[in-house]
Write a protein that binds this ligand. Structure first.
Ligand code: DC
Length: 217
């Protein structure tokens, strides 16, 4: 079974999906981590599109699931927090707009969900990748609130963060992710919209967990 949570960056979908997965004993699938890992490779290639296109055939990004946890691997090696840096965030929308990259990411996600139950978050999971998902959510929140949350999240990981820079990165990514030709960010058909701007974290987790319980029972 798969439950999808799509929405713009910083809307709370990843922390919510993670908490929901923990409560339901399902795996949490972070589709953005795959785009970020490909972006890391793009940066390693000197941000040269020609080099990157060659890398697409000679390197691989896979998901490795074990002990309730799932992580992206670049050529079989874990990438850790290297995929959360500002330089990766600044380049990920361009890399994620490439159809070659999207095809590889989607193939890998569809492979891994055959083996486990998942709460997955992203931009196009309910609309393109898993249109038959058991439950779909579309999570949104005001831009200022999202910027504040992302700042706190980075700081909790010891990464220095500037609110203005984060806000403009989020606004830019909203624009790029929603206006691209390939699988743009949009509310999937049949998705339940959850506006988390003034929602308590526990509240939004409980809302989704209850919906899953109703569906499963
Ligand atoms: O969720 P995130 O901020 O880590 O995602 C990073 C980028 O990856 C985001 O700006 C757009 C892209 N992405 C996408 O295009 N499709 C997805 N399903 C998930 C992420």
């Amino acid at each position: 079974m798969i439950v999808t949570i799509d929405g713009p960056a910083g809307s709370g979908k990843s922390s919510t999906a993670k908490a929901v997965a923990k409560k339901t004993n399902w795996y949490y699938l972070d589709s953005g981590s795959l785009y970020r890992t490909w972006t890391l490779l793009y940066i390693m290639g000197g941000m040269d599109m020609k080099v990157f296109l060659e890398f697409l055939d000679s390197h691989n990004v896979t998901l490795h699931a074990s002990d309730g946890d799932i992580e992206p691997l670049l050529n079989g090696e874990g990438v850790g927090d290297e995929i959360r840096t500002t330089i990766v965030s600044d380049n990920v929308s361009a890399v994620a707009a490439m159809s070659e990259v999207r095809a590889k990411v989607n193939e890998e996600m569809r492979r891994v969900v055959k083996e486990h139950d998942f709460v997955a978050d992203g931009r196009d999971l309910g609309s393109v990748v898993f249109p038959d998902a058991a439950l779909k959510f579309y999570m949104i929140a005001d831009l200022d609130e999202r910027a504040l949350r992302r700042k706190k999240e980075l700081e909790s990981k010891g990464i220095e963060a500037n609110l203005k820079a984060i806000r403009s990165n989020l606004a830019e990514r909203d624009h790029l992710d929603s206006s691209r030709d390939e699988a743009p960010l949009t509310k999937p058909e049949g998705a339940v919209e959850v506006d988390t701007t003034r929602m308590d974290f526990e509240e939004q987790v409980a809302f989704i967990v209850n919906a899953i319980k109703e569906k499963v029972e």
